[in-house]
Design a protein around this ligand. Structure first.
Ligand code: F0G
Length: 371
């Protein structure tokens, strides 16, 4: 006699093979808002649909019945918001018959370009500033199969080279000067509105090359035109104090910040960013590395959200200008990249000591635990 685990009436029936369903990637989900046709060969890793997470401890710092959320774009397939732009840029490059793409990068763009280009059957060339790309991002670019060229210069110099390169050689530029990048990235604003039911009052965002702030604004404006939201947010951009050209009004020749992702002295989307600030009645403010790290630690140790240092600039900035937040406002801070991208920063800046040298015995462990 065979023993059944289930009485016959409860025998589980085989489920039919699930049809592909769920989130199909942002090009499919927002197709009507994007420059694609039925013939466009979509290259996707099902990016987008990242969570909007309430952060009550940050809200409590502000008080005034303010609601604060983070848009955790570090949960995209390669761990940053760049996947949104890259699914579009690589899809359009493939549609145009490109065989190779190129970008300059502080790390995240190179990881995303590598993943999507290889998935689309293209070569990916990436120029990075030697010694200033977080370890996780470098690892990604290499393992995804990019051809990684480390230059003895900074991001701004690398961007200048790849722009010229793309004019002369058969490689498609996929930095945010490629308009399809911003088209893809604007979908993050759509997602925010789809969850909140309207635009937030404030959108706080780290600014480097200023592509993302421009893309968010495009997204909010398009949704507003389609009556998907009733209001538009004030766009609050934050730059690292050592790399803050949009605040000083002039290019920074030697940008410096531990937030290497936004270590940029001459943003490619400079005019666009100023136009966004003006149109939205927003503001740009600097945040110091110490303020960035304080917000970075707070997000991780009080909210359970691990972002990379550059991403924490949005929360650091919000806390810096908290007196200006209107009572009862809804605020969204964009967390652009995953904390795992930069393990060196995490270990270096954690206040939490690693307890080592513990003997492998119950008593020794209990003692180390403080019992
Ligand atoms: N946050 C992260 C984690 C980034 O990687 C970047 C840009 C930004 C914010 C700023 O976005 O340039 O659109 O203003 N990283 C680029 C790169 C430069 O090469 O990965 P932006």
């Amino acid at each position: 006699m065979t023993l059944s685990l289930f009485p016959s009436s409860q025998t589980p029936t085989a489920r039919p093979a699930a049809a592909p369903s769920g989130w199909r990637g942002l090009i499919e989900e927002y197709r009507q808002f994007l420059p694609v046709t039925d013939a466009t060969p979509v290259v996707t890793l099902r990016e987008g649909n990242t969570p909007l997470i309430p952060v009550p401890s940050i809200a409590a710092e502000i008080g005034k019945q303010v609601q604060v959320f983070v848009k955790y774009d570090g949960l995209n397939p390669t761990g940053s918001f760049k996947d949104r732009g890259m699914t579009m840029a690589i899809t359009k490059a493939k549609e145009a018959g490109a065989k190779a793409v190129i970008c300059a990068s502080t790390g995240n763009t190179s990881a995303a370009a590598a993943a999507y280009a290889r998935r689309g059957g293209m070569r990916a060339f990436v120029l990075i500033p030697d010694g200033y790309v977080a370890l996780g991002k470098l690892a990604q670019a290499l393992v995804y199969g990019a051809e990684v060229l480390a230059i003895e210069g900074n991001f701004d110099q690398a961007l200048k080279i790849v722009r010229e390169m793309a004019e002369t050689y058969p490689v498609t530029l996929v930095n945010s000067v490629n308009p399809y990048r911003l088209e893809g990235q604007k979908t993050a604003a759509f997602e925010v509105v789809d969850v909140l039911g309207d635009a937030p009052d404030w959108l706080c965002i780290p600014v480097g090359n200023a592509g993302n702030i421009s893309a968010y604004w495009m997204g909010f404006c398009e949704y507003h035109q389609h009556q998907r939201c009733q209001k538009l947010p004030r766009m609050m951009g934050f730059q690292a104090a050592g790399a803050a050209p949009l605040i000083s009004g002039h290019a920074v020749e030697h940008p410096e910040t531990l937030a290497t992702a936004i270590r940029i002295g001459n943003p490619a989307n400079w005019e666009r960013a100023i136009a966004v600030k003006d149109a939205s009645q927003g503001a740009f403010n600097p945040v110091t590395d110490d303020e960035i790290i304080a917000a970075y630690r707070m997000l991780a140790s009080q909210e359970g959200i691990f972002c990379e240092p550059a991403s924490a600039a949005s929360v650091a900035g919000l806390l810096k200008v908290k007196d200006q937040v209107p009572a009862g406002a809804t605020v969204v801070c964009v967390l652009t990249g995953n904390g795992l991208k930069d393990p060196d920063a995490a270990i270096k800046h954690s206040e939490n000591p690693l307890k080592q040298g513990i003997q492998p015995h119950l008593e020794a462990v209990a003692k180390a635990m403080g019992f």
